[in-house]
Design a protein around this ligand. Sequence first.
Ligand SMILES: NC(=O)c1ccc[n+]([C@@H]2O[C@H](COP(=O)([O-])OP(=O)(O)OC[C@H]3O[C@@H](n4cnc5c(N)ncnc54)[C@H](OP(=O)(O)O)[C@@H]3O)[C@@H](O)[C@H]2O)c1
Length: 308
Amino acid sequence: MAAAAMPPLGDLSGRRIVVTGANSGIGFETARALAAHGAEVVMACRSTSRAQAAAARLRGSPGAVVVRQLDLADLSSIRRFAEEAAGDGALSGVVANAAVMACPLSFTADGLELQMGTNHFGHALLVSLLLPLLDRAGRVVIVSSIAARGGRLDARMRAVDLTAPSPYRAQTVYSNSKQANLLFAKELQRRLRAAGSGTAVIAVHPGVSATELFPRQMRDNHMGFLVPVLKPVMGLILQSAAAGALPSLRALSDPALGGGEFLGPRRLGQTRGRPELLGPYRQGADDEAAARLFELTEEVLGTGLLAP
Ligand SMILES: NC(=O)c1ccc[n+]([C@@H]2O[C@H](COP(=O)([O-])OP(=O)(O)OC[C@H]3O[C@@H](n4cnc5c(N)ncnc54)[C@H](OP(=O)(O)O)[C@@H]3O)[C@@H](O)[C@H]2O)c1
C-alpha cells in the first residue's frame, strides 16, 4: 500500500455533493473544503437551524451551500430529502458521514435501534435513493471508523441482531454499525459493478478527531459535567476535525481511485495522519457477511436498494 500524498482538491466547480451531518465536526470540515474549492455542497442535516448556522460560517466561499433537512432516523424524512434532491439535478458525490455513537438504547421513528438505524439503515436507504442522481463519475463515500474492528457481525447475523440487538451494549452496537458501513460499501460496490454501473463506492475512516462525537456521548450518558474538561484535552491530543475530513475529501477527488478502496490515516494505530490506502479490516472483508447484511437491509427497509 503506497503512502502517496493526497492529491490537491483542484477546482470542483460544477460538482454538486451531498454531505450528511454537515453542520458539525468532520462533516462540516468536509463541506468547508468542498465549498472552498468551488463545489456546490448540499448540507443534509437533521436540524435546519444548526445547519443554517453552519452554512453562515461558509458564506463567502467560492462554491454554493444549500441546506436541506434530513433526519436519518426517520425513513420518511430520507424519502422526502431524496425527492427534493432529485429536483436539484445530477450529483457528483454523496458522503454518508453523519452518525450517533454509543447512546443509551433508543429507537428511530420506524422502530430500528438508533445507532444501526442512523449510521447504517438510514444511509443505506439514502444512498440507494440518490444512486440514480449520480453522474457517470459519481462517488459514494461511506464514513466508517476504527471502531469497526470491534464489530461482531458475521454471515449468520439475523435481522433482529441489527434492528433490536439484545443485550444492548452501546459501544458494541456502535462498532457493529461501523462494521455494517464497511460491509455495505463492499457489497454495494460489487453489485453496482455487476450491473455495469461506473459509480465508485469508497469506504473511509477518519482516525480519531476532535469533534462533537465524544462530548455528545458523555452528555447522552449523564457525564456532561466532564465536557468542559474533555474538550481542551481533546484539542491537545486528538487530530483536528479538518484532518478527519481528509479521507472523505481524497475519496471524492483522487482520480486514481476506482471504487472498493478503504482510506484512512495509518499512524499511531490508525488514529492520525494523512489519508492512505489501507488494507480492509477483517470485520469488513467477508463476502458472505457483506451479502447477508445487504439482503437483511433490503428486508428490513422493505425495498430493493439497487434501482432495476
Ligand atoms: N470523531 C472521531 O474521532 C471519529 C472517529 C471514527 C469515526 N468517526 C465518524 O465520523 C463521522 C462524523 O462524526 P463526527 O466525529 O464529525 O461527529 P459529530 O461532530 O458528532 O457530527 C455528527 C453529525 O451527525 C449528525 N447526525 C446525528 N444523527 C443524525 C440524524 N438522525 N440525521 C441526520 N444527521 C444526524 C449530527 O447532527 P446534529 O448536530 O444535529 O446532532 C452531526 O451533524 C461519523 O460517521 C463518525 O462515526 C468519527
